[in-house]
Ligand binder design. Structure first.
Ligand SMILES: C[S@@+](CC[C@H](N)C(=O)[O-])C[C@H]1O[C@@H](n2cnc3c(N)ncnc32)[C@H](O)[C@@H]1O
Length: 248
């Protein structure tokens, strides 16, 4: 399985019903725009992003555009890269309703031509690294779109929670294989919101060591690795991590 094959499978899944799911979850784009508070949407990463006013920001895998529009409202020039036309529709309607400009490029982020880009900040957040078959290639690709000295902020589910632990009604068990490197089939996260059946998608989860090493070996200086509780498990268990790195 290579990245192009994986992305084609995932594009078919994410093109099915995403717009409809976001309307069910967040209301229409106009409704979301009227209630969207940028600081609240970005609360997990805001302190790491710095002053966004006038900055050129990339938001790969930016989905329905919540973080992208929030950053645009704080003065950034934002470009989202994402596989899904259905997400693009919601994001652009959200940007129009919020009265901000948003660029949205549909396609596989790994196929993007990176020569002429010069982003100051790249934000990737919440359910992102497992869509990639090769983290070294991803780190190189992100580095390729950035200015030297630019900041890369990755906020994702902690591998302890996403790879190792499972939960029964009464117990948390460490009964999965943390080192499992095989791709897995599953459903898009919004399947439960809509009636139509989406095609299966394919993901490959990474250990924390693999994530940090991929950045450190592909042009980034690691500044911060923050581990915090998330959702689903109690506050004694790492649920999310935020990795901040500088492009060197
Ligand atoms: C779980 S969402 C990311 C969450 C999003 N940042 C948010 O907070 O709403 C995953 C997104 O990744 C996109 N995606 C998956 N693989 C991709 C790829 N190779 N290139 C570009 N986008 C991809 C999907 O279309 C989907 O919108």
């Amino acid at each position: 399985m290579n990245q192009s094959e994986m992305s084609a499978i995932n594009q078919a899944a994410w093109n099915t019903g995403a717009y409809e799911a976001w309307v069910i979850e967040n209301g229409t784009p106009a409704h979301l725009a009227a209630t969207l508070e940028p600081e609240k949407i970005l609360k997990r990463v805001l302190k790491h992003l710095g002053n966004l006013n006038g900055k050129k920001v990339a938001n790969p895998l930016g989905s329905r555009g919540k973080a992208g529009v929030a950053m645009a409202l704080l003065g950034a020039n934002v470009t989202i890269f994402d596989l899904s036309e259905s997400n693009k529709r919601y994001a652009l309607e959200l940007a129009t309703a919020a009265n901000v400009k948003l660029e949205y490029v549909v396609g596989d982020f790994m196929q993007l031509e990176t020569q002429n880009d010069d982003f100051d900040v790249v934000l990737m957040e919440l359910g992102i690294l497992h869509w990639f078959m090769d983290l070294n290639a991803l780190a190189k690709q992100v580095h390729g779109i950035m200015n030297t000295g630019g900041r890369f902020v990755v906020n994702d589910f902690h591998p302890i929670a996403s790879k190792l632990l499972s939960k029964t009604q009464t117990q948390t068990l460490a009964d999965r294989d943390y080192f499992d490197s095989s791709p897995h089939s599953g459903k898009v996260p919004y399947q439960g919101l809509i009636k139509i059946e989406t095609p299966d998608c394919l993901t490959r989860c990474w250990t924390l060591g693999e994530i940090v090493t991929a950045l450190a070996q592909n042009g980034f200086q690691i500044e911060t690795l923050e581990e915090t509780p998330g959702w689903g498990f109690d506050a004694k268990i790492p649920g999310l991590f935020t990795l901040v790195a500088t492009a060197i």
